[in-house]
Design a protein around this ligand. Structure first.
Ligand SMILES: CC(C)(COP(=O)(O)OP(=O)(O)OC[C@H]1O[C@@H](n2cnc3c(N)ncnc32)[C@H](O)[C@@H]1OP(=O)(O)O)[C@@H](O)C(=O)NCCC(=O)NCCS
Length: 211
């Protein structure tokens, strides 16, 4: 998403540790009965803040996805919420979704914020678990936390050819607000700029009208 996704600052913490059970809270699609590779733990999937122990797995997921930004480890470390001052507004919020208990991390999302604006810097789901609503659940939780931090709009940039990401963002209600010709390199490609107003955003509503 970001061409150079390297956070430069340490984060201050504002978000309280909060666990939400994705399947229960966000209306995840149940696994198809015929899908034997679907992990049983998925039903207990939860979203929580990214921790230093997650970083090997987070980097493994990013490395396995050609469209995911490849951040150096230090960039993720800088995005973690490690400031003991729980009242400060965080400058980044980094979340993962895992299978509950000791379940492995299946996806991640990171946003930077300077209220009232935030930028969705990366969102990625292990290919094995894609198209099950995990990215939507991650984004919904991120949006809740950003709202609490005083954010009213989220912007992002995405490669023009990244159909999966564009599909996700449009489903979430992002609208295209511009284009940066040749913004990305290797391969050279335009960036599409998108924006979402958080007022009135309801993740479930993003699914309204879907058969
Ligand atoms: C983009 C990505 C994060 C989506 O994750 P996901 O967990 O599969 O997404 P969800 O299951 O929550 O899908 C939500 C919506 O996104 C859209 N979407 C997801 N995958 C799609 C695809 N392959 N084609 C078109 N639309 C897609 C759909 O509208 C979908 O809703 P639906 O399944 O009810 O139709 C995932 O494909 C990914 O990790 N891609 C590689 C990394 C990347 O490109 N990240 C974005 C740039 S940082």
């Amino acid at each position: 998403m970001k061409r150079i996704g390297t956070p430069h600052e340490e984060d201050a913490s504002g978000a309280k540790a909060r666990i939400e059970y994705v399947g229960k809270m966000r209306g995840l699609k149940p696994p198809p009965p015929s899908e034997s590779s679907y992990p049983a733990a998925f039903q207990a999937a939860r979203i929580r803040r990214m921790s230093p122990e997650d970083l090997d797995r987070v980097m493994e997921i990013a490395a396995s996805l050609k469209d995911a930004p490849q951040w150096p480890r230090e960039a993720y470390t800088a995005a973690l919420d490690m400031d003991p001052n729980q009242d400060a507004t965080p400058r980044r919020i980094a979340l993962v979704t895992d299978g509950g208990q000791a379940g492995k991390v299946m996806g991640l999302a990171v946003a930077s914020l300077i209220p009232p604006q935030a930028e969705l810097e990366t969102i990625a789901v292990d290919a094995h678990y894609q198209r099950s609503g995990l990215a939507r659940g991650l984004f919904a939780e991120l949006a809740d936390r950003l709202r609490l931090a005083g954010v009213t709009e989220i912007i992002l940039e995405v490669r023009a050819s990244n159909e999966r990401a564009l599909g996700l963002y449009r489903r979430l209600g992002f609208v295209e607000i511009g284009r940066r010709p040749g913004y990305y390199q290797a391969p050279a490609e335009d960036a599409i700029l998108m924006r979402l107003e958080l007022e009135g955003f309801e993740p479930e509503a993003a699914h309204a009208g879907k058969p």
